[in-house]
Design a protein around this ligand. Structure first.
Ligand code: NAP
Length: 306
């Protein structure tokens, strides 16, 4: 394990995965800086962690490069999670390229990048693959410019189990249905975001050399829609069925939720092209326990669907 000389900088700290990373690092008593855009939210979220004296907050956004550059200096590692501006598909790689470059130039030795399974299975085909592939390309180029001092680790998760909070709560609650445009037998590979945070914490706290240039695909389990309906029925104690809708209906629903055309079209394409991540039970080697199953995740979050 690393000593307390390590200082870790977290971008995306107040999000689902980033907050898990911050909490995990503080549990390991590692000096951590959370880069946040909303100070009040961060102070509320990390009340207990701030009391330890190991956590500092820096207030900034993706466009405050000067604040970021000054703040990242003196850190040994960076956890980098960036959300795309839907109006600008190049925004993710722009931010990751700039933040990655500044970090390495200021002495950061390891970057742990949150990417996506689509980099391998879809590449630039589809906007989600495009965002993450172009971002990774920039980071790999930066790391390889000085390969002896710059380490890069890439996490490529499958579909977040937490996506079901966005798409499935209402149909399950009010119609006893899961609804999407995939076939009943189509597989999705799901991952609990807690597993992603835990993996990131392990990588960030173990020796840099150990994980250098590792790419970790992340999939808890592959589940068909039929199996997913069975899991929901079992955990909720009532019959939940799966209904296949047309791609046009799913597209319109995504647009009505505020998605851009490119994102909605890509999601619809992913449901019809059968592009799935691989289950990765071998990640138990890193986190010392099995990855969570969909059933375990649902049991943990059952209240949201009741
Ligand atoms: N959903 C999936 O199935 C899936 C699969 C593979 C990969 N991914 C990738 O996973 C990432 C999403 O992870 P997540 O669920 O942990 O995200 P999240 O919970 O939405 O958190 C996003 C974080 O980014 C911060 N942020 C957003 N805009 C910002 C800005 N302009 N300046 C500074 N900070 C900003 C947010 O701050 P606030 O708290 O202030 O909003 C928050 O801390 C994305 O890169 C996505 O492409 C998703």
């Amino acid at each position: 394990m690393s000593t307390n000389k390590e200082r870790i900088f977290v971008v995306g700290a107040t999000g689902d995965i980033g907050s898990g990373v911050v909490r995990g690092l503080i549990k390991n008593r590692i000096d951590t800086t959370a880069y946040v855009r909303d100070e009040a939210k961060a102070k509320d979220l990390f009340k207990n962690e701030l009391l330890t004296g190991h956590l500092s907050l820096v207030i900034g956004t993706y466009s405050s490069n000067e604040i970021y550059a000054k703040a990242v200096e003196g850190h040994t590692r960076l956890f980098l999670l960036v959300i795309v501006d839907p109006k600008r598909p190049t925004s993710m790689s722009d931010v990751k390229g700039t933040f990655g470059k500044l970090a390495y130039e200021k002495g950061v030795r390891q970057i742990v990048d949150l990417s996506s399974f689509t980099v391998r299975s879809a590449g630039k085909q589809g906007i989600i693959g495009y965002l993450h592939t172009t971002s990774e390309e920039k980071l790999w180029t930066l790391a390889d410019e000085k390969s002896d001092t710059r380490s890069l680790v890439v996490l490529r998760p499958g579909a977040f189990m937490s996506n079901q909070f966005i798409y499935d709560v209402q149909p399950v609650k009010h119609l006893n249905k899961l609804i999407s445009s995939e076939s009943l037998s189509a597989l999705t590979t799901w991952i609990d975001t807690k597993d992603i945070s835990d993996c990131a914490v392990v990588v960030l706290t173990e020796p840099i050399e150990k994980h250098d240039r590792c790419v970790y695909e992340m999939g808890g389990e592959s589940v068909s829609n039929e199996q997913r309906a069975t899991i929901f029925s079992k955990v909720l104690g009532k019959a939940i069925t799966y209904e296949q809708q047309s791609v046009e209906t799913l597209y319109k629903m995504l647009i009505s939720h505020g998605a851009s055309h490119a994102f909605a079209y890509d999601i619809v394409s992913l449901t019809s092209e059968n592009i799935v991540a691989n289950p990765t039970p071998q990640l138990s080697i890193l986190i010392n326990r099995p990855l969570h199953t969909l059933e375990e995740w649902l049991q943990e979050n059952v209240k949201a669907f009741q």
